[in-house]
Design a protein around this ligand. Structure first.
Ligand code: BTN
Length: 322
C-alpha cells in the first residue's frame, strides 16, 4: 500500500475528503477514507461534520459510510483548496468574503508553506507606491501568493514580470503589459500587481505577489480603468484562478531554472503597452522612447541623443507625471 506523507490542517483535509466523496460517486466508508488519507476515523468524522456545517449535503449510513448528495456549488475555501490540489500544486488555500488586504494577511501569517489567499473584497487594499487599491465586492477579485524562491533580492523584478505575463496570458483579449507589471486594455488599467519582499541581505525569505483584477472599471486616482465584464470578457472565478495558477507556476518553475527572462522577454515585449512609444520616467521626469525590457526586466529607454538607458525601478507613463 502506498503511504503518503500528508501535512495536516483543516481546509486541506476537508478538500481531500470532499474529493474522495466526489470521485467515489457512492458510499465510501470512514475506514477507507482514514486509510487513504492516513488520519484517524475520529478526524474523518470531525471533518465530515465540518463539511456538513458548511452546507455540503453528506449522507452518513451505518455500515456503508458517507455519500455526497449534492455539491455546494459556490466558491469557498474547500473548493479553492480542491482546485489547487487538482492542478497538483502544493499551496495552502485561504478564502475570505472580505479581508483588510490579502497581501497583509499573508505577511501576518508568516508561513513556511507556499500559500494562496483569495478575497472577494478588501477594506484596505494596497497598490504600488502607497496608493490605495479600491476593492469593493463585485468590482474585482483580489488574491495573493506567498512563495519562497531561493534567489537574490535583485531578481525580484524578473519575478514580477513572470507574474505579469502569466496574468496577461489568462486575460488575453488584446490585453497588454505596462512595465513593470500592470495589465492594460485599450489604454485603461484592468489589473495591477503589488510584489512585496521579505528578505535577508543576500537571499529572499518570501515573496508576496498580490494581484487585483477589475471586473468593472473602478474610479482610481491615477489611471482610467476598466474591468473584465466591461470588456465583455467571460469570467468564472474558479476557471480564472485555475488558469492563472497553471500559467504562473509553469513560468515560475522555468524562471527558477533560468533566473532570467531570456526565453520569454520577446513575448513580453511583443505584448508591451509602451513598445516604441514616447514615455516619461517617474525617476527623472524626462521623456524617452521605450524599447522593451532586457532579460533582467530593465526597461530600455532611448534618450533623444540615441543613448540607451537601463531603468530597473520606477514607473513609466505616456503623460508627464508631476
Ligand atoms: C497597483 O497597480 O498599484 C497594484 C495593485 C495591487 C492590488 C492587489 S489586490 C490583492 C493584493 N492585496 C493588496 O492589498 N494589494 C494587492
Amino acid at each position: 500500500m502506498t503511504h503518503y506523507v500528508i501535512i495536516w490542517y483543516g481546509g486541506f483535509m476537508k478538500s481531500k475528503i470532499l474529493q474522495l466523496l466526489i470521485d467515489s460517486n457512492d458510499y465510501i466508508s470512514g475506514v477507507k477514507i482514514s486509510e487513504i488519507l492516513n488520519v484517524s476515523r475520529v478526524n474523518v468524522w470531525k471533518h465530515i461534520n465540518g463539511l456538513k456545517k458548511m452546507g455540503y449535503n453528506i449522507e452518513s449510513k451505518h455500515n456503508k459510510g458517507y455519500k455526497l448528495i449534492k455539491e455546494i456549488g459556490e466558491f469557498n475555501e474547500i473548493e479553492l483548496q480542491r482546485l489547487i490540489n487538482s492542478i497538483g500544486l502544493k499551496l495552502k488555500a485561504y478564502y475570505f468574503d472580505e479581508i483588510d488586504s490579502t497581501n497583509n494577511y499573508l505577511k501576518m501569517l508568516d508561513s513556511k508553506e507556499d500559500s494562496f489567499v483569495l478575497s472577494l473584497a478588501q477594506t484596505k487594499g494596497r497598490g504600488r507606491r502607497g496608493r490605495q487599491w479600491k476593492s469593493n465586492k463585485g468590482d474585482g477579485i483580489y488574491f495573493s501568493l506567498s512563495i519562497h524562491p531561493r534567489i537574490s533580492p535583485s531578481l525580484v523584478g524578473v519575478l514580477t514580470s513572470v507574474s505579469a505575463l502569466a496574468l496577461q496570458r489568462v486575460i488575453g483579449n488584446n490585453s497588454l503589459i505596462k512595465w513593470p507589471n500592470d495589465i492594460f486594455i485599450k489604454g485603461r488599467k484592468l489589473s495591477g500587481i503589488l510584489c512585496e519582499l521579505i528578505t535577508e541581505i543576500h537571499e529572499i525569505e518570501r515573496v508576496i505577489i498580490g494581484i487585483g483584477v477589475n471586473l468593472r472599471g473602478v474610479k482610481d486616482n491615477s489611471f482610467k480603468s476598466t474591468g473584465l465584464l466591461d470588456e465583455g470578457i467571460d469570467f468564472n472565478i474558479s476557471d480564472f484562478i485555475t488558469r492563472f495558477l497553471k500559467e504562473f507556476f509553469l513560468l515560475y518553475n522555468n524562471f527558477l531554472k533560468e533566473l532570467d527572462l531570456k526565453k520569454i522577454k520577446d513575448e513580453i515585449n511583443a505584448k508591451s503597452y509602451f513598445l516604441n512609444k514616447k514615455v516619461y520616467s517617474s525617476n527623472d521626469k524626462k521623456q524617452y522612447t521605450y524599447l522593451g525590457i532586457d532579460e533582467y526586466n530593465n526597461a530600455l529607454l532611448k534618450e533623444k541623443n540615441g543613448e540607451i538607458k537601463k531603468v530597473f525601478f520606477g514607473e513609466l507613463s505616456l503623460k508627464r507625471m508631476d
